[in-house]
Design a protein around this ligand. Structure first.
Ligand code: HEC
Length: 135
């Protein structure tokens, strides 16, 4: 019993700093958003399924015709939406990182958009993780 209380206190200590983490908008706009537009070999771009067509919580703003990136206002909205799909400080508990990750690498069993990331060593996956970890 006593050991359990100690363990819980330790857990609280571990969790507390993570909750204080905040997500960096500048890093999101410069590094994370481009990943959603990037073509990955053998896969459709995140944007293809996760903009107008999206019927789930990951829904990006629609690019203006001919535009290759979002306006400032749109990026702010994307930031708000995508922030809800992550646990700040904890990439390993963030839906954004787990859902498109191969199950062998600890990802979700199924994602309609496929295993976009075969492993946690994927360069784009690392950028997402870095954003969530806060640097
Ligand atoms: C071919 C279409 C397609 C592509 C490409 C795609 N997805 Fe998805 N994704 C879906 C669909 C459909 C769902 C909802 C059903 C499901 O969970 O599979 C989904 C669900 C998700 C969810 C969970 C949202 C929720 O509400 O639970 C996340 C996070 C996600 N995708 C991330 C990504 C990322 C990141 C990329 C690009 C690296 C990507 N997806 C590419 C189709 C796609």
């Amino acid at each position: 019993m006593r050991g359990k209380v100690v363990a819980l206190n330790l857990l609280a200590l571990l969790v507390a700093p993570a909750q204080a983490q905040t997500l960096d908008y500048g890093y999101f706009k410069a590094q994370v958003e481009p990943i959603f537009l990037q073509k990955r070999a053998g896969h459709a771009r995140c944007y293809v399924c996760h903009a107008e067509r999206s019927n789930n919580a990951f829904r990006l703003e629609t690019l203006a015709p001919g535009a290759s990136s979002w306006t400032e206002e749109q990026s702010r909205k994307n930031f708000a939406v995508v922030s809800r799909l992550v646990a700040p400080g904890k990439p390993e508990q963030s839906l954004l990182l787990l859902h498109p990750l191969a199950p062998e690498a600890g990802g979700s069993a199924y994602h309609s958009g496929g295993r976009q990331f075969e492993s946690r060593d994927d360069a784009a996956w690392k950028i997402l993780a870095r954003w969530v970890r806060g640097g």
